[in-house]
Ligand binder design. Structure first.
Ligand code: TYD
Ligand code: MG
Length: 466
């Protein structure tokens, strides 16, 4: 007979130790260790309740060989959000598992209540809220004018009760809000710990796959994305949607960072209004709203250009503005908001040297619109071009994007993943990009002029069509 190993586990961070400890050496919490007596039945994939549920009544279908596997006509349901469905590759694939990750308060529950309302028109849908009471959800539903009687909502935290309910109702789609608040009673760790998140989500995913139920899991992340949950889940779900703030406070974007059934790195933009989230169908208009005059004619902005911060999936487009005015002081003023002060001084020095601009007679103000910060070097070219634009009093195309890092000799260095940034810009309706030289761009961009430049002189020539 196998001896049941006794271990002590920290209920706060899942650190395992042979003996009892007063203070966890991993997370430094006190008195959090409990004896893990159920280790043998607690290993991934083994759970008495789950196994009995799977074998009870609704038997698991024997794995048949599917003759139609090449047909590829998977059933999809529409979320009711046009662009979101497009990002998903044409709606939610029946039986798929979607993770919606985002910071607390970003609007995940709001979005899913609206989506649930839309989808419950043609599907049976169950919304499980493990975070909020029915009263709280009812208040939100009122605010969102949601009155679909087909939308089934239950406030539950216990995984066993959740699985039993799913088994009884057998809905087409289940929303679990959120995975961090689900509690699997056969695991000793507290809700939200890595162990709980991993085990609970594994059981939900296995159960849903066996019954061909679509699952939307909500996962909270902090800014760095490392809180227990979404990161450990990413590999076991089919689709990962990242919900983020955009550069203006009430704007949100959803980025698809993994999709087994469609393209990735597309985005959907939403506006958070007092009555919920509404899709922004043409984001470029929103982004450039203040650049478009009343008669819909694009006015040429002087001293401003769109640039980017962050890399790869975390990249974000934003507008940089600069103002260069003749100085009345012996020392010209340099003021910057949202960008590194010394980096701006360095860019100004490079412009003076490489382009023979006499900036020492000018006060220079640089501002990142929307109160945001550019924390890396990918916005250098944007900052440089906006300063030149204001200094020369010459506009740059309002639909242009400039990215790249500027070196001390004026060379423009590559930043990571330009393809993804360009795809995003093209989706937003921009029409020109000034980017560092890259070996090969894997996508073709229609109606999008891409100028690859090696140094600031070339960038200058392209931007001002010299
Ligand atoms: P919520 O969906 O609860 O966020 P999450 O589930 O990601 O934690 O959204 C909470 C925020 O959204 C809160 O600050 C209030 C705001 N909100 C609106 O602005 N309009 C609305 O119609 C609703 C329902 C929420
Ligand atoms: Mg919520």
């Amino acid at each position: 007979m196998l001896k049941n190993k006794l271990r002590y586990i920290c209920t706060s961070c899942d650190f395992i130790n042979l003996g009892y400890l007063g203070k966890c050496p991993n997370c430094e919490s006190w008195n959090t260790f409990v004896q893990n007596e159920i280790e043998s039945k607690n290993q991934s994939g083994k759970n008495a309740f789950f196994d009995s549920l799977m074998n009870d009544g609704d038997k698991l279908k024997q794995p048949d060989l599917d003759d139609n596997f090449l047909a590829g006509d998977e059933k999809r349901s529409l979320s009711g959000f046009k662009n979101l469905d497009a990002v998903l590759g044409g709606g939610l694939v029946q039986g798929s598992v979607i993770l919606l990750a985002g910071e607390p308060g970003i609007g995940k529950s709001t979005l899913l209540l609206q989506l649930g309302h839309n989808m419950a028109k043609n599907n049976s849908l169950l919304y499980i809220s493990a975070e909020e009471s029915i009263k709280q959800i009812a208040l939100r539903a009122k605010r969102l004018s949601i009155n679909n009687a087909n939308l089934k909502i239950k406030s539950l935290e216990n995984l066993e009760e959740i699985l039993t309910l799913i088994n009884t109702l057998n809905p087409d789609t289940v929303i679990i809000d959120s995975i961090q608040t689900i509690y699997n009673p056969s695991i000793l760790s507290s809700p939200g710990t890595i162990n709980q998140v991993r085990e609970s989500s594994n059981l939900i995913i296995r159960f849903a796959k066996a019954k061909n139920i679509t699952v939307i899991l909500v996962g909270h992340v902090t800014k760095d994305g490392y809180v227990a949950g979404p990161k450990v889940l990413e590999h076991s779900v089919d689709v990962v949607l990242q919900f983020e703030n955009y550069n203006l406070n009430n704007l949100r974007v959803i980025k698809s960072i993994k999709n087994r059934f469609g393209p990735t790195s597309d985005l959907v933009m939403f506006n958070m209004e007092t009555t919920g989230l509404s899709e922004v169908l043409s984001p470029s208009k929103y982004l450039l709203e203040h650049r478009i005059s009343d008669n819909e004619k694009i006015s040429l902005p002087i001293g401003s250009i769109i640039t980017v911060t962050g890399k790869g999936n975390n990249s974000m487009l934003m507008e940089v503005q600069a103002l260069a005015t003749q100085t009345f002081y012996p020392n010209p003023k340099r003021v910057v908001n949202g960008f590194d002060y010394n980096r701006m001084l360095q860019i100004i020095a490079v412009l003076e040297k490489q382009l023979n601009l006499n900036l020492s007679k000018f006060d220079i103000y640089v501002n990142i619109v929307g109160g945001l910060d550019i924390n890396d070097t990918s916005g250098d070219v944007g900052v440089a071009l906006s300063i030149i634009s204001s200094y020369l009093n010459k506009a740059i195309s309002p639909m242009a994007l400039a990215i790249g890092e500027i070196g001390l000799t004026g060379e423009i260095r590559s930043i990571g993943f330009p393809d993804k940034i360009l795809k995003e810009a093209s989706a937003l309706g921009l029409s020109q990009a000034i980017i560092p030289r890259v070996k090969n761009l894997s996508h073709n961009f229609n109606n999008f002029k891409i100028n690859q430049v090696s140094n600031i002189k070339e960038a200058f020539n392209v931007a001002f069509e010299q």
